[in-house]
Design a protein around this ligand. Structure first.
Ligand code: MG
Length: 253
């Protein structure tokens, strides 16, 4: 069942989301050549604590796997769930930064992909196209539309640009839990799937690959990489559906 949040609950989620948005913007600035992904994770953890929130991803369990950090750092061919390490960022890398918090009982979740130093034109195009995929997904989040409209919008833009749409990971409902019903694929058929209603809060997150959509998992049990080693980008917002259309909760400002 897709939970419907009251306006008061959405307002509470807005506060959690503002924390994520602010910190994500700060982390994007910190992602420079020479900085390690662990330094970014520490910066995130410190800022989350300072704002009185708790990290949503640290110690997140899937079976026997426990995620060890507050931030997912996914560099170049890494798609999602990269684990922060002593790896220093290089000029020309792209990095996906993804994290969530819990604040006042509610979760918020967002991600951006940013260039590190000076990147090539192909990287810029991948990043800007994935960002457009997110915007197109958000545009579909209105009462009367269906989940298939969201996936079809993302898939249309990505595949027209010659990119692969990741199938193995999807967006999700969000609220008192990080991952709630429904799952939100980044592919689909317009007009199909479950109906969208005011009061739903959804984390939409296109993951778009330069090449094949196929995914390979690293031995760490978390990091998903492209099967062909080409780059991948990822953007995510937590969005509330209102009678008037989408309200992006994790937008910076
Ligand atoms: Mg998410």
């Amino acid at each position: 069942m897709i939970e419907i949040k009251s306006p008061v609950e959405v307002a509470r989620m807005q506060r959690a989301s503002a924390i994520v948005a602010e910190i994500l913007a700060e982390l994007a600035e910190l992602a420079r050549p020479g900085v390690t992904t662990r330094e970014l994770d520490r910066a995130a953890e410190e800022r989350i604590g300072r704002r009185g929130a708790r990290p949503a991803f640290k110690n997140y369990r899937v079976g026997d796997n426990v995620f060890p950090a507050v931030l997912c750092t996914s560099v170049n061919e890494e798609i999602v769930h990269g684990i922060p390490s002593e790896r220093a960022l290089s000029d020309g890398d792209i990095i996906g930064l993804d994290f969530g918090v819990v604040y006042d009982g509610f979760f918020a979740d967002a991600a951006v992909t940013v260039p590190v130093g000076r990147v090539d034109e192909k990287a810029k195009r991948l990043i800007s196209t994935t960002r457009r995929c997110l915007d197109a997904a958000i545009e579909q989040l209105r009462p009367g539309n269906r989940l298939g409209d969201v996936g079809a919008a993302v898939q249309g833009i990505a595949e027209t640009a010659g990119y692969g749409v990741v199938r193995d990971f999807v967006g999700h409902g969000i609220g008192r839990a990080l991952h709630e019903d429904p799952q939100i694929p980044n592919f689909g058929i317009a007009g199909r799937g479950r109906a969208l209603k005011a009061g739903m809060v959804l984390a939409v997150e296109p993951m778009i690959n330069e090449g094949t959509s196929s995914v390979r998992m690293l031995a760490d049990g978390w990091t998903a990489v492209t099967a062909d080693g080409k780059r991948s980008a990822h953007f995510e917002h937590t969005v509330a559906i209102t009678a008037d259309g989408p309200m992006v909760l994790t937008s910076p400002n």
